[in-house]
Design a protein around this ligand. Sequence first.
Ligand code: SF4
Length: 445
Amino acid sequence: MALTGLQIYKLLPQTNCKQCGFPTCLAFAMKLAAKQAELAACPYVSEASKAQLEAAAQPPVRLITVATGDRKAQAGNEIVLFRHEKTFYNRAPIFVRVKDTDADLAATAKTINEFAVDYVGIKLMIDGLAIENASGDAGKFAAAVEAVRGATNFPLILIAKDVAAFEAALAKANGATPMLYAADASNWQAMAAVAKKFKAPLAVKADGLDALATLTEQIKGAGVEDLVLDPGARDFLGTLTLATQIRRLAIKKNFRALGYPIITFPGEGAGSAGEEPSLAAQQIGKYAGFVVLDTFTPASAYALLVLRQNIYTDPQKPIQVQPGLYEINNPKPESPVLVTTNFSITYFSISNEVEGAGLPAWLLVADAEGMSVLTAWAAGKFDADRIAKAVKTTGVEGKISNKRLVLPGAVAVLMGEVEEALAGWKIEVGPREAVDVPAFLKFKA
Ligand code: SF4
């Protein structure tokens, strides 16, 4: 758990020698607590204090990476229980399970890999495949991994019961670092050895938290640090209860034995196939690290990816688009110029309406620090000066013959000031709602 400035100060030499570049040890401690300084800047800190400070600097939930080349699926590094306390950092990667007995695995992998959702300018995709050794045959398992690797660069989770299957599959992983699922009380020594040999993250399965904590400590003692937890429960109440307890123990009690991301299999707990998305949604909210779906459909994947995006969006940082001049439907010099802010949802509301109506227009996006129109206006981030600056910096004047600028209806009050700031422009007040913009443009054409 992170230490406060005062707690850090007690571990420093307290001589105020200034060699760290700060006037006092306390000032240095405060900077360390704010993560604006490096401990290495103090040459006099004792080894014991260093060990204590470094241990405290570790995140309560270890970051686990499953990678294939540059493509990574990461979970962990979370430091809060609730998003409103700060933010969640690593979106729970969503995997789809396939089996080495499935026909045409390469084609299935390609189809899932090509699925993408464009959500307010953000491309959302399935993060990886979990390949299960359902055949029980190591050769078939290796061939399945080879087929998927040949077709995609998906990060992988390998699911098997014996080490020989893992060894065969990892030999065909072609540079990928898959997660291995799973070590349990009966096989952990062998599983730990293979995970250590291939430097692969290892999922650990046990029924209940006591057994799970004992097992993670044993495996850690065997030299494998990158662990993922499966506490055994599969149903709605069981997964919610155990995931919440694990997260609370990791964050509030700094209980290192359970300070790892959780893996879930919502398809195994659903009473029917239709329940899987609901259980996955619950687990994405609280507190899955890796989610492995049994069923892939574009409709449920779309809903889960958008839900996850919303949960893992930092509430302190609005989703923004780049300020600038956007062309909609090949605008001509006489086409109108609409102005709005760079809040993503505002931008896409307007651009989708105008584009969908087939109307050509220039969309001038002013830098309003990612706020929506009314919020930005109230905060002084969307005013005549900012609009005039956007007009001048984007060079829109050189592209149009008709200096006609349409303000959002919600800030009609700015009309006079914008007219003064933009001499020679005709300023019009558009509708308050994006949905009314096409009708407005048609009426004014
Ligand atoms: S170098 Fe170390 S001992 Fe000296 S002022 Fe900085 S923190 Fe204190």
